[in-house]
Design a protein. Structure first.
Length: 312
């Protein structure tokens, strides 16, 4: 996705000059205009995706980028964002990406073209440039449930994943487990990688190293859906949870507390997180600025029946 900054860099002019050419409100020298128009053609920049700060009117809508709507946590977060936005008189455009860099790029371009006033992002592929591209085009961005790039303009309502993994590992270690494995999704999501790193750091503090999943007496899953799949797989193989293998999840989706599952997991409050993300976006929209605010939440470990003493 091409940004206004890239067009300006290619043309050798300022962002404001590119904006003046696009809007046609200010006279620009013929040779400069030609350079900018050529840069637009070369980069494929969409002139209707003008920076928010240069728009004459609001669309009264915000975008919501979600990596996996099948995940109950992301679904609950999206609903919370939609409800909170509605209270402000805003519509929400929700896009599911499967953490695909290509889809993320297409989605962010579509949100540009629909002139959304802000964007809430629930997860991205590792190394994604989507937040910075949105920010460069004047659109306020809030990351909900992960941290993202170190850009001062960015807003985030984040989890302390390192502290969460420390609590999980401390719990399992206290039950006598010394062979622990971490399991994540097939795709590389930023929050999953951070949880993996937190897990490995917690093991290192105890002079332990991760083991292959097949050798583990305890498995730490990136989220609850993965944990539920693991429990099903383990028990179908003839082993028991937690008798043979303990399993933990992350998010505390409603199914985790089901009496027949009893999943030990880290609780995340999707509803309050979504509401707070919209609050930050709306504040920035009203001020005509970026969010430029970050906060981190410490989430509680909820201990249930899926974890027990390490087998002898």
């Amino acid at each position: 996705m091409t940004t206004l900054v890239e067009v300006a860099r290619r043309a050798g002019v300022s962002k404001s000059t590119v904006s003046n050419v696009i809007q046609g409100r200010v006279a620009v020298a013929a040779d400069t205009r030609q350079k900018v128009e050529e840069a637009i053609r070369q980069t494929g920049y969409r002139p209707n995706a003008i920076a928010r700060s240069l728009r004459a009117r609001t669309s009264h809508s915000i975008g919501m980028i979600v990596p996996d709507l099948a995940n109950p946590f992301h679904a609950a977060l999206s609903v919370a964002v939609e409800r909170a936005a509605k209270q402000h008189g805003y519509a929400t455009l929700v896009a599911h990406t499967d953490c695909s860099p290509e889809i993320e790029d297409e989605v962010s371009r579509a949100l540009f073209e629909r002139r959304v006033d802000g964007v809430v992002i629930a997860g991205l592929s590792t190394g994604s440039e989507v937040p910075v591209n949105l920010l460069d085009n004047g659109i306020p961005v809030v990351l909900a449930s992960f941290g993202g790039p170190k850009d001062k303009r960015l807003g985030s309502v984040d989890h302390d994943d390192v502290a969460a993994m420390e609590a999980v590992v401390a719990h399992l270690h206290g039950l006598g487990h010394r062979r622990l494995a971490f399991v994540s999704q097939d795709y590389a999501e930023q929050s999953g990688e951070r949880r993996r790193q937190g897990f490995e750091q917690a093991l290192k503090r105890r002079r332990l190293k991760p083991v292959p999943r097949a050798e583990a007496t305890a498995i730490v899953a990136h989220n609850d859906l993965l944990a539920l799949d693991l429990i099903d797989e383990i028990e179908r193989s003839g082993r028991s949870v937690p008798g043979d293998v303990s399993v933990t999840g992350h998010d505390d989706i409603p199914l985790a507390a089901h009496a027949r599952i009893g999943l030990t997991t880290v609780r995340s409050d999707a509803q309050s997180m979504g509401q707070r993300a919209v609050e930050l976006v709306m504040k920035a929209v009203r001020a005509g600025s970026h969010v430029a605010h970050r906060e981190i939440r410490t989430n509680r470990l909820v201990i249930r029946q899926s974890t027990g003493a390490a087998p002898a």
